[in-house]
Design a protein around this ligand. Structure first.
Ligand code: IMP
Length: 417
């Protein structure tokens, strides 16, 4: 049996999709298991850009089946738009995209609530993507949500929608039109709805190569991240089973994706954040603007304290290090090797965001490199300083780097193992 999970292990945006796309060449099935359209992946294949929010990136391979598991919250309207845009780029979904009918829906109401809540929080806002993810998961846990399968039961769906608006004390205008829109989107999505746990189990028994594609990152995990500045799903490997219906023992290998430096969008602590010129330069070289919201990302040094924590939480077998090319021409590079708080070196990642916001990082400083490494496809062609940087990251995290990405294209990849 061979199944592989690819998970973001920092604050999201680690270029997981590039790694999924690269390793997806040999996958029979690619599965999303948490999150929603808050994720944004851009993949470049032979100069052509494809943007993904809910559809697994594996769809770019014509023989790959793709699954949106029950753990995902699905905005049916956005999903239809995304699928239509991909169809216009020549992608065919027929018979190879499966969406779990038990997935909860993100409705326009959730987006409204998300934005309202952020406004109410004022200075204390989370900095969400505004895609309604938090309110949708909250409704799901409170058993108020509408699921995709509810679309097959129009009367029930009408009652549930009314109850949902009543609960949130939002005036429901034009129920009939809303139900008609939902029926319309149902007609589009119906051919793809399934109980995907059963399909996945069958594929697992048939020894198909299944790849689990994480969204966001471990430091945004609802419980283990920098709460409350987190997303509303659990992003760690333990969530794969819950979000797919496959037993935990079906996950054979777990690769964590780390950026060669740090980035974060939205509010919340970021111990290694770099302000000023160096940060601006990395942002510019890395084109660090959110794929979903277009917001400039905050930039920081590689945080080995956080990386050790996320490697442990996920039970990593190996790491993929992405965007190494971006660090060229930056000058001296730093890696955070410890946190200090009130004069004491603290043991690891901290539970309270107020403490995380106060820590003083301890840094290892390494020489940088000036040459462009974006066309290096083997370790031996990397400058010594880049190899030393990889060695330092690997030693500090204690997990083998199996793959290095030096650019967005499939070809710009160094395979180590
Ligand atoms: P939400 O998931 O939209 O509720 O946003 C909660 C936090 O997670 C905010 O800080 C977002 O910027 C962040 N976030 C959500 N999705 C992503 C992602 O795909 N990449 C990076 N950050 C994300």
């Amino acid at each position: 049996m061979s199944t592989l999970a690819i998970l973001g292990c920092l604050w999201g945006d680690e270029a997981k999709a590039k790694v999924v796309d690269y390793l997806g060449a040999s996958a029979d099935v690619v599965v999303r298991f948490q999150g929603g359209a808050n994720a944004g992946h851009t993949i470049v294949v032979e100069g052509r850009k494809y943007v993904f929010h809910s559809v697994p990136a594996g769809i770019l391979y014509p023989n790959c089946n793709c699954v949106i598991g029950s753990g995902v919250v699905v905005d049916p309207f956005r999903l239809r738009d995304e699928m239509r845009a991909l169809q216009d780029s020549g992608i065919n979904f027929e018979g190879r995209l499966f969406i779990d009918e038990r997935a909860s829906m993100v409705l326009p109401l959730h987006q409204e609530l998300d934005q309202l809540q952020e406004k109410r929080l004022g200075e204390a806002k989370i900095g969400t993507t505004g895609r309604g993810i938090g309110p949708a998961y909250a409704d799901r846990v409170s058993r108020r949500a509408l699921r995709l399968i509810d679309l097959a039961h129009p009367e029930w769906q009408g009652m549930r929608l009314q109850a949902l608006y009543e609960h949130h004390q939002i005036q429901l205008e034009d129920l009939e039109a809303k139900l008609a829109d939902l029926q319309d989107v149902y007609e589009f999505l119906k051919p793809y709805l399934a109980q995907t746990d059963e399909l996945l189990w069958d594929w697992y028994l048939q020894d198909k190569h299944i790849l689990f594609e994480g969204a966001q990152g471990t430091l945004l995990d609802l419980v283990y991240g920098s709460y409350p500045y987190v997303t509303s799903s659990q992003t760690i490997s333990g969530s794969i089973s819950v979000g797919t219906g496959l037993p935990p023992r079906c996950i054979n290998k777990i690769i964590g994706v780390y950026k060669a430096y740090g980035t974060r969008v939205g509010e919340g602590p970021f111990p290694t954040e770099i302000e000023g010129e160096t940060g601006d330069l990395i942002r510019k070289q890395g084109n660090e603007y959110g794929a979903t919201t277009g917001r400039p990302r905050r930039v920081g040094w590689f945080d080995a304290v956080a990386a050790v924590y996320t490697a442990r939480l996920n039970g990593l077998d190996g790491m993929a290090l992405t965007l190494l090319d971006v660090l060229g021409g930056i000058g001296e590079l730093k890696i955070c090797t410890g946190y200090w708080l009130e004069g004491k070196r603290v043991k690891g990642f901290l539970s309270h965001h107020l403490d995380l916001a106060r820590v003083q990082p301890e840094y290892l400083t390494l020489p940088g490199w000036d040459v462009d490494i974006s066309s290096c496809t083997s370790l031996v062609r990397l400058p010594k300083a880049a190899k030393d940087y990889l060695d330092a990251v690997q030693d500090l995290v204690g997990t083998q780097i199996e793959l290095v990405s030096v650019g967005p294209d499939r070809k710009q990849t160094i395979v180590i193992k």
